[in-house]
Design a protein around this ligand. Structure first.
Ligand code: NAP
Length: 302
């Protein structure tokens, strides 16, 4: 079994597969844990009474699979050929073959789509508070978004930055209630509701943003040292475009069996169509994928 991506879904699939006696290789380009590895504190994965940081949890998941003989190769997958009985992953260190494939490539931050955004990454534009927040110690930052990630990121940034200005296109947070009170009570967090960032102001670094009021159309400017973008994620499906069926948002079409339109290929975690994208739901997918793969290899269900 080839597992593409070493997040919680991928490592759970690897654990179940190895325990079921399948030769299993995890192909991961960076480090174990996926998006989870960038999360400072995880309190909603059961079994850790004080919570745990995502990097450590990823390492624990990787080590847990090694006990059963899973090999993790730190390589980049360049292309995938999922046709035929033997599937092929072309990697930065040569081809790897498998009879079954678990796609657990997760999702990446969604971009604002304003001019200059890409060029200003690392020069004031950032997508991860836990990773880059310290660069903005005692500075003023704008945080764009209103979901759970944005709320969590705002709290992280508020601890290091002088001021955090949360810009959201609605008049209230989309984030779950648990975040509302702590955020509203944090003195150095301000809110700009009904607002969209339409321009990044900059010299060689970000100096501010231009906002548009989505109701009145009025424009205004905010001076800031950085802009953190936290407006959701886009699934990492480039490797399978044209092979696996995707929905209109780019997620691999698969239900809780994790089966895709190609027999022997399973999509787990954030990369597939699903209701709740969490660590616990990704790990559940990993178990389901191996159940289906075993049936497939035994010549049963596809
Ligand atoms: P999300 O829940 O989809 O929220 C995205 C936010 O960004 C929404 O408020 C959305 O505005 C806004 N947005 C989207 N596109 C935008 C654009 N082009 N310009 C400006 N704003 C834009 O995404 P998320 O917060 O990254 O969370 C992803 C998943 O992980 C969710 O299922 C979430 O529950 C989960 N998660 C859970 C936790 C937790 O349980 N503690 C923590 C982090 C993430 P609208 O509201 O107007 O659509």
């Amino acid at each position: 079994m080839l597992v593409i991506g070493g997040g919680p879904g991928g490592y759970t699939a690897a654990l179940y597969a190895a325990r079921a006696g399948l030769d299993t290789i995890v192909l991961e380009k960076l480090s174990a844990g996926g998006q989870m590895a960038l999360t400072e504190q995880i309190d909603n994965y059961p079994g850790f009474e004080n919570g745990i940081d995502g990097f450590s949890l990823g390492e624990k998941m990787r080590k847990g699979t090694e006990r059963f003989g899973v090999e993790t190769r730190l390589v980049e997958v360049l292309s995938l050929d999922l046709s035929g009985e033997i599937k092929k992953a072309e990697t930065s260190e040569g081809p790897v073959y498998g009879r079954t494939v678990v796609l657990s490539t997760g999702a990446n931050p969604r971009e604002l789509g304003v001019t200059g955004e890409k060029e200003l990454i690392g020069k004031g534009v950032a997508y991860c508070a836990a990773c880059d927040g310290m660069f903005y110690k005692d500075k003023t930052v704008v945080l764009v978004g209103g979901g759970n990630s944005a709320a969590a990121e705002a709290l992280i940034l508020a601890r290091v930055c002088k001021k955090v200005i949360l810009v959201h296109r609605r008049d209230t947070l989309r984030a779950t209630k648990i975040y509302h009170e702590p955020l509203m009570k944090t003195e150095n967090v301000e809110f700009r509701w009904n607002s969209a960032v339409v321009e990044l102001l900059h010299d060689d670094k970000v100096t501010g943003v231009r906002l548009r009021d989505v109701q009145t159309g009025a424009e205004s400017e905010i001076t800031c040292d950085g802009v953190f973008v936290s407006i959701g994620r886009k699934p990492a499906t480039e490797l399978v475009a044209g092979q696996l069926e995707l929905d209109e948002s780019g997620y691999v079409v698969a239900n809780e069996t994790t089966e895709t339109n190609i027999p022997g290929v399973y999509a787990v975690g954030d990369v597939r169509t699903k209701l709740v994208r969490q660590v616990v739901t990704a790990v559940a997918d990993g178990a389901a994928a191996v159940h289906m793969a075993e049936e497939y290899l035994a010549g049963g269900a596809t």
